[in-house]
Design a protein around this ligand. Structure first.
Ligand code: ADP
Length: 193
């Protein structure tokens, strides 16, 4: 099962991806998580990405495309993967198609979580409060200013990715405002259909 999860920041992609990992026994590939690890480890990519991520802008396409191209060659991706946070530009979507074709693979489903924009900021604030209450580290880009910039980046650069897949007849949409279990059920239904 090779799956792409689309949706704005705060849509619940990470939560749903974790459930799909359980159900299908395939890994969640989050470019955001991978980039945060690179930032923490101060690798050359991390050093390049740190300020970009904090500003809410996108890391260059070639960087994330390179990361994904390599990652899906790993043994744990043999039966598939869930892409979370990639592709985030139309150029990334096109590169993904090409690199999968080169590996003799293709996507099985592209699912978008549809969420009203005005609930996203509240969700981010809630996530920060819960993270702090749990004594965990809050993401450097989970503050109102960066979050608004991430939403703006989403509108300008990532919303067209949905149109890209819609035009190819490959996009499946799920109501991301429903209860978490309902969203999971709807995603599974879309994947199966
Ligand atoms: P969210 O979905 O909550 O916005 P992510 O964890 O997916 O956050 O991504 C955090 C940041 O990492 C993004 O704002 C961006 O700077 C960078 N990033 C993640 N994935 C990509 C990507 N595919 N292309 C470019 N930049 C990315």
């Amino acid at each position: 099962m090779r799956l792409v999860l689309l949706g704005p920041p705060g849509a619940g992609k990470g939560t749903q991806a974790a459930r799909l990992v359980e159900k299908y026994g395939i890994p969640q590939l989050s470019t955001g998580d991978m980039l945060r690890s690179a930032v923490a480890a101060e690798t050359p990519i991390g050093l390049q990405a740190k300020a970009i991520m904090e500003s809410g802008a996108l890391v260059p396409d070639d960087v994330v495309i390179g990361i994904i191209d390599q990652r899906i060659d790993a043994a744990d991706c043999l039966n598939g993967f869930i892409l979370d946070g990639f592709p985030r530009t139309v150029a990334q979507a096109e590169a993904l198609r090409a690199l999968l074709a080169r590996k003799g693979q293709k996507l099985d489903a592209v699912v978008e979580l549809i969420v009203d924009e005005n609930v996203l900021v509240d969700r981010m604030r809630q996530r920060v409060a819960e993270t702090l209450a749990a004594g965990q580290h809050v993401r450097a880009d989970d503050n109102s200013e960066s979050f608004r910039a991430r939403l703006e980046t989403y509108r300008a650069q990532t919303a067209p990715v949905s149109d890209h897949y819609r035009q190819k007849g490959e996009l499946k949409c799920v109501d991301g405002m429903a209860k978490i279990d309902m969203v999971t059920a709807a995603i599974n239904q879309q994947i199966a259909g």
